[in-house]
Ligand binder design. Structure first.
Ligand SMILES: Cc1ncc(COP(=O)(O)O)c(C=O)c1O
Length: 416
């Protein structure tokens, strides 16, 4: 007897060993015809989101977009097509970077002429930390929940140039925006020159009130540097409204772009006074190209980035944000029902994003990760700072029934 794909999917729903059939099985040949993407589906339009999930080659369940996203097939196609054409040598075509910058500005709500395409958040943060004028004794304020990609650049500046890196632990379940903003401002001193703020904490998914923090910083003449590794592709951003001096990001995460693509958005009035990290062609212009030209690189990744922006624009930024929240809220609520599970992500909606972190009494996060890993469920242990959380990310390729299955596994582990 041969089973159709539909039969297999029905079986998969009930049979653990078949639970993770690759959803894109029928589209594995890149270049295969696929229906147009659903436009602005409602957060609970399961048929639409199932179709979108079939655009990916994921085998198993990917709950770690916070580390790396998965590229959808159109992004892979654009990347590979560009790479193949390039290796024909005599028919090489560059990527239209002018168009790409414009598309990114629209996608991010950024100022015209503010976006540089770099390699990742780590590089973007380093450009800023080494490119702004700081004196020995100047203070940079950040939290104890920073990722190495947003923190080490300041540690280097401290060791090399004598700046002072101050950290504090923010309230992880803030009562209000004012509560969280006040916690920052309590640690500002007359020597504070920079606030280095994770827009979303990688540890718990906490969304910080960047707009208010930037405003307060600017009133005191303090530069705002945002580690925005997560929000593009997860939240519909309006960077002009946030108005930060610098915004660094990794579109290989939630924007689902190829690995090795990054963004640095610079408030236009700061372009002239920010040095590039690497001096190459165009290092001395007063526009974002000064941060981009680092010698020969891989333009195919940039072609993929363009396709990633197009992929998300076709679905709709607001629709994706709503779906991510819908899934995270469902996961959060179900986890809080499990006896012994302590959710450490914020309870209040304005602070919540697509990452939910928790601990389980008596079961180390590494054990949970290992157990889920047996079912090909990819998660992230937040071992940094001895926090010991397990973090789950809910991007658009995750379906409610996937979450139900994960919650069921966790409930069983909690009972064991
Ligand atoms: C908040 C935050 N900042 C920076 C980074 C570093 O990103 P990348 O490795 O793409 O530079 C990460 C990666 O997970 C992150 O979560």
């Amino acid at each position: 007897m041969s089973l159709s794909r539909r039969d297999l999917l029905a079986l998969a729903a009930t049979t653990p060993a078949l639970a993770w059939l690759p959803r894109a099985a029928e589209a594995r040949d890149l270049g295969g015809a696929r229906p147009p993407l659903p436009r602005a589906p409602a957060p609970d339009d399961e048929a639409a989101w199932e179709q979108i999930a079939r655009e990916f080659l994921i085998e198993g369940l990917h709950l770690n977009t916070g580390t790396i996203g998965a590229c959808p097939i159109p992004v892979l196609e654009a990347t590979i097509t560009h790479m193949r054409a390039f290796e024909r040598i005599t028919r090489q075509e560059g990527v239209d970077r002018v168009a790409l910058r414009r598309e990114l500005e629209t996608f991010l709500g950024a100022w015209p002429g503010s976006v540089a395409v770099v390699r990742n958040t780590t590089e973007a943060m380093n450009i800023v930390a080494s490119g702004i004028a700081l004196q020995p004794g100047d203070e940079v304020l950040t939290t104890t929940h920073e990722h190495i990609g947003g923190r080490c650049c300041w540690e280097l500046a401290a060791k090399r140039h004598g700046i002072v890196l101050r950290t504090f632990t923010p309230p992880l379940d803030p009562a209000s925006e004012a509560h969280l903003a006040a916690a920052w401002m309590e640690h500002v001193t007359p020597r504070t020159r920079v606030l280095s703020i994770s827009h979303v904490l990688f540890t718990t998914g906490l969304l910080q009130p960047v707009e208010a923090l930037v405003r307060m910083a600017r009133e005191k003449g303090i530069i705002s540097v945002i580690d925005g590794a997560h929000p593009p592709g997860m939240l519909a951003l309006d960077l002009q409204r946030l108005d930060a001096d610098y915004y660094a990001s990794s579109p290989h995460k939630w924007l689902l772009a190829p690995k090795g693509t990054g963004l640095l958005v610079t408030r236009p009035d700061r372009l002239a006074t920010t040095w590039p990290l690497i001096a190459s062609g165009e290092w001395d212009v007063d526009d974002p190209r000064k941060f981009e030209h680092v010698g020969t690189g891989n333009d195919s990744l940039v072609a993929g980035l363009r396709a990633a922006v197009a992929f998300q624009q076709a679905i709709g930024r607001e629709a994706i944000e709503a779906r991510v929240h819908f899934l995270a809220a469902r996961l959060d609520a179900a986890l809080r029902e499990i006896r012994g599970v302590r959710v450490v992500s914020p309870r209040r909606a304005p602070f919540r994003t697509g990452m939910v972190s928790f601990t389980m009494d008596g079961v180390p996060a590494a054990t949970l990760q290992q157990e889920l890993g047996r079912d090909r469920i990819r998660t992230r242990v937040i071992a940094e700072g001895d926090l010991g959380y397990l973090r789950l990310s809910t991007h658009l390729y995750v379906l409610p029934r996937d979450l139900d299955r994960v919650v069921g596994r966790l409930a069983a582990l909690a009972r064991a």
